[in-house]
Structures are given as C-alpha cells and as structure tokens.
Write a protein that binds this ligand. Structure first.
Ligand SMILES: Cc1ncc(C[n+]2csc(CCOP(=O)(O)OP(=O)(O)O)c2C)c(N)n1
Length: 587
C-alpha cells in the first residue's frame, strides 16, 4: 500500500522532517511550489501533530531572512522549504549572512530527478551549486528521487547536519530530487500517516553530541604572552555564539574581568550584560579623543571587530599583544592581522586560564588605574551628551541613538539595521542596548532582509523595536508578505532621511548635490501612510521626542506590527552632530 512513488515521497518527507525536528527545528518557513509538494504536505501533517510551527512566504529571499531571525533569537535550527529553480537562488543573501554570523539554518529545496537535469526540463537548473560557496554542507538524497532513498540514508544526512551545526554552525543546503507524482490521494495519505505514526514517530534515534576538543597547547602558546599584573583592555565585538550560550559567555566575561580588573569596551550587539564591572560608557568617543594617550600593552578581543573607524585606527597603531577569542567560528576574524586567534570560545579560554593561575591570582582585582581613568573619561563624555541631547530638541539620528534606549523599555529587545543606525548606536547609545537582547546584521552587514529578519526575531522575542533607515526598510518590503506579519509584536522606528544618508556623511564634500543623489543617495518619493495602509500595518508619523514616547506606549499596547516614522533633515543632522563632536573631542 505504501510502496507507490507518491506514498514513498510522502513517507520519506515525513521521516526527513521528523528527524530535523528531533535535532532542534521548531519553526519552518514554507515557500510553496509544485515540486516541493510532498515536503509541504508532510510539514502540514507534522504541524497538525503539534511538532512544528509553519509560516508561509511567497518570497524565498524574505523567507531566508525570516528563518535566520528565528534561528538567531531562539538559538535553535530553523528551516526553509522551497521549490526548484530560481526559488533556490533567492536564498543566497540569507545564506551569506548565516554563514558569516554562524547561525544554524537549513534550506530544504525540491529538485527534479537526475534524468531531467541538464536536458532543458522546465524549471530545472543547477540549483545544487547555488549556495555551495557559503553553505557548510550541500547534501542530497537519492538523485533518482526521494522515493529511492532509504531510511538509513535520511538518518545519515540528518546526523551529518547535526554534527556540522554543533561544531561550526551555519547554513546547510539539503537538495531533494523528487519524482512525480507529486500529489497524493487522501486515502494513500491516511495510510502512510498511519504507518509513520505507528512505526517512525516514536522511534528513538541517537544523535551523538560532538565534544569540541579544545587545544590546550594552543592556549598555552597564546596565553603566555598575557601578563595579568599589567594593564590591558577587553574589547567585546558583535556576539556570534548561540543566544542560549549568552549566560555562560557573560559569566566567563565577568570572571575574566574580575581576575584582570581591566576596562571593557562593549559593542551594542555584544550581548554583554549591563551590570558588568569595568564597562566604559561612550568608549568610541573616548578613543577618538584620547587615541594616543591610552597606555597599555595587551588587548583581549572577543568576536569580530566593531564597525568603528576609531577602533580600527587604534588597533592598527597598537603596539602590544592582541588575543582574539572566537565563539565556534573557525575562520579568521582579524582584518588588521595583528592578533593571535583562539577558536574555542571565551568560556573555554577563561577556564583554562584559571587552571593556570595560583589561588591569589584568581582573587578579584580592583579596577586598574587605566580602567578608572577610561571610565571617568567616558562619564565626562556622558555629561556633555546629557547637556546637549534633550527630549525638547528637534529629532536627529544621533539623538535617537542616545534617547531611544531610554524610551524603549529596558528589557525589550531591539534590532538595528545596518548602515547609519548601527554606527550611531555604537557612538551614542551609552551601552543602552546592554540591558536587553540587541540584534543586527553583523555577519555580512547587508541592508537587505531587514524587515524579514526583524519579523523572525519578533516571533521569538517581543515586543521588538526595529530601528531602520528608509532604504533598508524598502529593500525588504516583501517581508510583509510573510504569513501573519502584521500581527507580530514589532515596532518599526523608520528613520526617514530620504535615501542613503550614510553616503552624505562620506561623499558630500566631493560631489555636487544632484550627482550625489543619483549616484548614492537614491531619494524616494514614498507615500508612507499609503504604503502602510496597503499592507494594513498601523502607522504614525511623529515630530518630537514627546510624541515618540507616546507612540512607543501606543505600539506596545496594541501588540501588533506598527510603523513609527520620524523625518530627519540630513543637513541639520550633519551640522548639529559636528558641533557636538567638536565639543566632545575638542573639550
Ligand atoms: C544588500 C546591500 N546593498 C547595498 C549596500 C550598500 N549600502 C550601505 S548603506 C546603504 C544605504 C542605506 O540607507 P538607509 O537604510 O536609508 O540608511 P541611512 O540612510 O540611515 O544610512 C547602502 C545602499 C549594502 N550594505 N547591502
């Protein structure tokens, strides 16, 4: 009864998805098509059994980013199912970001059987190659069709996937050739389901946890250059580990800070907890002002470098030792190539370090003189910012970066789009992101996928605030096509500076205005209220900080997707910011 192709397609689809659920998939984004019908049908049945959530999306590109948002915010694998052809190519942007930010995501794509490849068959392309440059693995079931794949082959494929994700997380592409018939009769479906539930659903499968062996020799080699009696600085870049490991990451960071007494510079998306001793507020501005006065000979860098020109210059000129510790990321992460890189994570590094220390050395140290000095300097900058940034001022982008973390409740998560928001927050947010989870694109720093990623994060962690520029938002407007997107508890702070204002900051001096607009800024005449109305998303435009506070209260109370637009005058922004920076750097 279950031996026909249609029955086998369905049974193997159920088995494959069931095993992927067992290794952690809880959410699945479905991008419908014909070839993927057996996978979709199986997903639907597993959803009815309460084993997985399903959300659909017509746009595979958005689906990829949405899934990535879910993985990032949950720390679990997520899954996208697509049909064959260009659908697969649309997954590349999200795969690139997942690769660089080391997030586990599975792309399950239906394909034609081998006999139909390379001979002009409809919607048949070399899709198995499309994601190979960024995926950790590209695997396939039997090339003649899923119905020819054996149960143990499916199990092997899932075991390889699990092993890969637990050692070096990232995107995995599973390409699934499926032969016709793609549909299944109701009777056959019922029969196959009965077999699946009776034999396979409750079956125990063993997935061996992979123990990552750290390299003690490498640790000793690297750590011998450290001198804990001398001063140093701990720099924490964007966090790339799993959100589930954040507590142990922070615990180790706290221990490291205690045994060194060193000051800490934390990126807005570092995941560092706000109560960490030694945190230097406004560290980027402190660096800018005091770059040649910071006297120390060792740096501990955690994760990739923050996107700060001042930090980059500081690191380039730094004469002492730099040790870079990475979280399950095996690739090189130091563009200035001056550090020793350690692959096995902060928790491992800290515990090996503690093994090497005497009891006395393990005691809590007072903050070093350098730490006290930098903290004081940071507080001086804070005073200047406080005098100059007030709720009565006209809204500017840098003031938003400073005040929004105080207006948006301290425990509620935030996502920052790439481009100006992440940079402004690095400079002006005064560690205001560290009281909560804060997310961004810190893998490949694209402006694509912004809305879809935020919607994915908000499925898991909300109420979420997305702070985005107008172009990054428009780039991914198809995010609204994801199932029930308008019902997400997502507040979008849309910073409308009419185009890519970041380029104004960089190129304004050397271009005429119209040239700058055509070549870089791309201003758009968008009717924002109508755009919101078209997608039936709640919308408000606000003109001052008082109204912004009210709008936040309103959006939190309605628990739905909301766009709050603020209009920025780019000319005023540049003038005001420059005069403030002069007060800080020149003071
Ligand atoms: C996918 C992608 N395309 C292009 C870029 C280059 N880029 C960086 S910033 C930017 C403009 C962003 O404009 P907006 O989102 O409005 O931010 P803001 O003006 O506030 O900087 C562009 C096109 C990019 N980073 N990613």
């Amino acid at each position: 009864m279950t031996s026909s192709i249609e029955c086998k397609n369905f049974l193997r689809s159920l088995q494959l998805l069931n095993l992927l659920i067992k290794i952690g998939v809880q959410n699945l984004i479905l991008c419908p098509g014909s070839r993927s019908a057996p996978l979709a049908t199986a997903a639907g049945e597993l959803n009815k059994l309460g084993l997985v959530n399903i959300f659909n999306s017509i746009d595979e590109r958005s689906a990829g980013f949405h899934s990535l948002g879910i993985s990032t915010a949950s720390g679990n694998l997520s899954l996208v199912i697509t049909t064959s052809g260009t659908a697969v190519s649309n997954l590349l942007p999200a795969a690139v970001e997942a690769d660089r930010s080391c997030k586990g995501i599975i792309f399950l794509t239906a394909d034609r059987p081998l006999r139909l490849k390379d001979c002009g068959a409809n919607q048949t392309v070399n899709q198995e190659d499309f994601l190979s440059s960024v995926c950790r693995r590209v695997l396939s079931t039997n090339l003649d069709g899923l119905h020819e794949t054996q149960e143990n082959e499916i199990l092997d494929l899932v075991r390889i996937t699990e092993k890969q994700i637990s050692t070096f997380p990232g995107p995995i592409h599973l390409n699934i050739p499926i032969d016709k018939p793609l549909d299944i009769s109701l009777l056959n479906k019922k029969n196959v389901l009965e077999v699946f539930e009776r034999i396979y659903l409750k079956k125990k499968y063993v997935f061996q946890k992979v123990d990552i062996k750290s390299d003690k020799k490498k640790f000793l080699e690297i750590s011998k250059s450290l001198n804990l009696d001398e001063s140093g600085i701990i720099l924490v870049g964007p966090y790339q580990g799993s959100i589930n490991d954040l507590p142990s990451f922070n615990n180790s960071l706290g221990q490291l800070q205690e045994i060194t007494g060193w000051p800490v510079f934390a990126d807005p998306v570092s995941g560092v907890y706000s109560d960490l001793r030694g945190l230097v507020v406004n560290w980027e501005l402190v660096l800018r002002k005091n770059k040649n006065l910071i006297n120390c000979y060792q740096l501990l860098r955690l994760g990739p470098m923050s996107s700060s020109n001042d930090l980059e210059k500081f690191l380039m000129n730094f004469q002492g030792v730099q040790i870079l510790i990475k979280e399950k990321n095996k690739r090189k992460l130091d563009p200035i190539k001056k550090s020793f890189e350690y692959d096995f994570g902060l928790s491992n590094f800290t515990s090996l370090l503690k093994e090497e220390l005497s009891i006395n050395e393990k005691n809590k140290k007072s903050l070093t003189p350098l730490a006290l000095d930098l903290i004081e300097k940071g507080n001086q900058v804070k005073e200047i910012l406080k005098e100059n940034i007030t709720y009565e001022n006209q809204i500017t982008e840098y003031q938003l970066a400073n005040l929004v973390p105080k207006l948006w409740p301290a425990n509620n998560p935030i996502m920052l789009s790439a481009s100006s928001p992440i940079r402004d927050w690095l400079t002006f947010s005064e560690n205001g992101t560290l009281t909560r989870n804060c997310f961004s694109f810190r893998g490949a720093s694209g402006i694509d996928g912004t809305l879809s990623l935020a919607l994915g994060i908000s499925r898991i962690k909300n109420p979420l605030l997305l702070v985005t520029g107008d172009l990054a938002f428009l780039h991914d407007i198809n995010g609204w096509l994801i199932e029930n997107s308008i019902d997400m508890n997502l507040t979008i702070l849309l910073i409308n500076n009419n185009g890519g204002n970041i380029f104004n900051r960089i190129y304004k001096k050397n271009f005429k205005e119209d040239e700058l607009k055509k070549l870089f800024l791309m201003p758009k005449e968008i009717n924002w209220p109508k755009l919101a109305e078209g997608y039936q998303v709640n919308f408000r435009s606000v003109a001052n900080f008082k109204k912004l506070r009210e709008a936040f209260d309103w959006s939190i109370s309605i628990e739905k997707s909301v766009i709050i637009k603020v209009d920025i005058d780019p000319q005023n922004e540049i003038c005001e910011k420059n005069s403030l920076l002069e007060k800080i750097i020149g003071s």
